[in-house]
Design a binder for this molecule. Structure first.
Ligand code: G6P
Length: 616
């Protein structure tokens, strides 16, 4: 949600900020803007649309200042207009501000500021915050050695309710930025004679891999050579400087047409990275370094609770299936957004897990905090090292798949499925799962990258199918058992990036409602792996065919469908049950990708969506 970059240093600020904004564009992309301080004045350029529009505008009269801020917006307060784009400048011209988050009490602040003569050009909560900082700045006494801007930002934030990640500049203070966060990520990049503030490391790694992850309630004063962190309550903080393991090449598209395509085809390597070093020497179970929970504590767990949003929730649902199957322990999954307000009763001896690719999703973070408040230990599965969720959890498992840029999650999803299966195996081996069954499972998991490579060879076949189905307006995705969540995920992927209405359903539930939608205008994608309920799934297909619904069947090798039942057949390799959901995800990822391309959609930046949702 909204990308933020602030730069102070020895180079021109605007090219660096524009480059950073392009890398952050996946966070929000309805409008962009920069403010550069040069010759004692703010030079502000704002444009609706993509960073490329802003770049063209700036090229008309290049900006030379070495100090500035930039923003990509995902609208919350106020429509998508140039005026609502960030940065905002206070009406007295003194303060420039970029903001990610929502200021909930902005209306009361605005009322107050109007009585003090401040005026507003936009409909945003951010402009209100900006004017309130200007108000405090104007009142703050000038004391040698004291930072007026820092003091006025601090005073303003003491009144702010809601969430924010902000970067502020003062027109009288060249080379000095103030940034603060509560609920929205901010990272300080420490460069050589230059410092950067950004909402995501991908905007920083071009210049430095040394970073400080700011925590909620912290405020930092940044100059070209120095920085000082305190809490809003003025307690000094000794920040830890971390090293980012990603480099700039990891977040580049290379020869692919879209990040989503790159990330789909990267999955074999991503899975190898996610499993590396995590199998036991005897080859019968898994090990996770960062769980921070002893084997005996784990042994005492009687229930698991998983919370997440979007695609990550689908990964939790598959994990539920795996843990119940391998470890025979009850698991519950819930939408993080529901759990956080539902006050649901939890059993004692429950281990709580959250899953979040970004580690910043606000609802997932709130669910984590709610579970901790109730006294539960919370572990996190996340891809982003140092993310808020990873830091606030008691322990967890990193996915290690490198940056995922495409808004539609692919490699992060399959690595979550892998980690879920590995976790189920780990717990299973502490209980009833035998050494031999554990070994078979490990062998299967180790083979997952190659099976995914094989499934990716289906790309030309799936592309041809996509061309034939791209004109439909409705689609059903049906699956059973561990493939029901993959049906949900297939439907989510399709609607996210191609704007085709799609629903995921358990295949047998189809006759309790969705069957009413079936006609020659509504195709069904249906998973039919060989196995104990294959014939039941075939019956569901018959019911669809009897109503003239086109059928795209995804079967495993050796499964034999009655002749003429499916209009299209996609055959994936046969695999162990722990690996099946991973391999079955590939054709639905490819299908939604190629359909979206065929329809001319903006695959990596679908309308209205953002990769990391840091507002409620
Ligand atoms: C957004 C994204 C989804 C993602 C969800 C959860 O809605 O568009 O692709 O699954 O957030 O994200 P997380 O980073 O918590 O996994």
């Amino acid at each position: 949600m909204c990308g933020i970059v602030g730069y102070v240093g020895k180079h021109k600020a605007s090219p660096f900020i524009l480059e950073g904004l392009k890398r952050l564009e996946y966070r929000g992309y309805d409008s962009t803007g920069v403010a550069i301080l040069q010759n004692g004045a703010f030079h502000v350029v704002k444009k609706i649309g993509r960073v490329a529009n802003l770049e063209k505008e700036i090229a008309k009269s290049p900006l030379n200042g070495t100090f500035g801020i930039g923003h990509t917006r995902w609208a919350t307060h106020g429509g998508v207009t140039d005026a609502n784009a960030h940065p905002h400048i206070s009406s007295d011209g003194k303060i420039a501000l970029i903001h990610n988050g929502v200021i909930e009490n902005y209306a009361a602040m605005k009322k107050f500021l109007l009585t003090k003569g401040y005026t507003f050009k936009s409909e945003t909560d951010t402009e209100v915050l900006c004017n309130l900082i200007a108000y405090h700045y104007a009142k703050e006494p000038v004391v040698a050695g004291e930072n007026r801007l820092f003091a006025s930002v601090r005073k303003t934030l003491l009144h702010a309710e809601g969430t924010y990640g902000i970067v502020v500049m003062g027109v009288d203070l060249p080379g000095e930025m103030v940034a603060a966060r509560k609920g929205s990520p901010l990272i300080l990049g420490l460069g050589d004679n230059e410092n950067i503030i950004a909402s995501d490391v991908s905007a920083i790694v071009a210049r430095t891999q040394s970073v400080v992850y700011l925590k909620d309630g912290e405020i930092v004063n940044v100059t070209q050579k120095d920085f000082r962190v305190t809490t809003l309550d003025q307690e000094s903080v000794s920040p830890t400087v971390d090293r980012v393991t990603w480099n700039i090449a990891d977040s580049e598209m290379g020869a692919y047409a879209h990040f989503m395509e790159k990330e789909i085809f990267e999955q074999p390597v991503a899975l190898e990275n996610a499993m590396r070093g995590r199998f036991s020497e005897d080859g019968s179970t898994t090990n996770f370094g960062g769980l921070n929970i002893s084997a005996s504590e784990f042994r005492g767990i009687e229930r698991f609770m998983f919370c997440a949003c979007g695609t990550a929730l689908h990964a939790c649902m598959v994990t539920e299936h795996m843990i119940e199957r391998f470890a025979r322990i009850p698991v519950e999954c819930d939408y993080a957004s529901e759990f956080r307000y539902r006050n649901s009763p939890l059993f004692r001896n429950t281990l709580f897990f959250v899953m979040s690719q970004s580690g910043e999703t606000i609802d997932t973070l709130a669910a984590l905090r709610e579970a901790k408040r109730k006294g539960y230990k919370v572990l996190a599965v996340s891809n982003v090292v140092g993310s808020t969720i990873a830091r606030e959890a008691d322990g967890g498992i990193y996915q290690h798949v490198g940056p995922e840029v495409g808004v539609a999650s692919t490699k992060a999803f399959t690595s979550q499925l892998l980690i879920g299966a590995m976790l189920a195996l780990y717990i299973g081996r502490m209980r009833d799962l035998s050494f031999g069954a554990g070994q078979r499972c490990v062998t299967a998991l180790k083979g997952a990258p190659d099976l995914v490579r094989k499934a990716l060879e289906l790309a030309p076949h799936v592309k041809a199918i996509a061309k034939r189905y791209a004109h439909y307006t409705d689609m059903l995705f049906l699956g059973r058992m561990s493939l029901f969540p993959i049906a949900l995920e297939g439907a989510l992927k399709l609607k996210e990036i191609s704007y085709i209405h799609a629903e995921g359903y358990p295949a047998a539930e189809m006759k309790h409602g969705p069957i009413a939608l079936i006609s020659e205008k509504c195709p069904s994608v249906i998973f039919a792996p060989a196995g104990e309920i294959f014939n039941k799934i075939v019956s569901s297909m018959q019911e669809i065919k009897a109503r003239k619904g086109p059928v795209i069947a995804i079967i495993t090798e050796g499964a034999e469908l009655p002749a003429g039942l499916a209009d299209e057949v996609i055959t994936i390799p046969t695999c162990h049950e722990a690996v099946l959901p991973i391999v079955a995800s590939i054709p639905v990822q490819l299908l939604s990708y190629y359909i979206a391309v065929e329809r001319g959609c903006d695959v990596d930046k679908p309308r209205n969506l953002a990769k990391s949702v840091t507002v409620e």
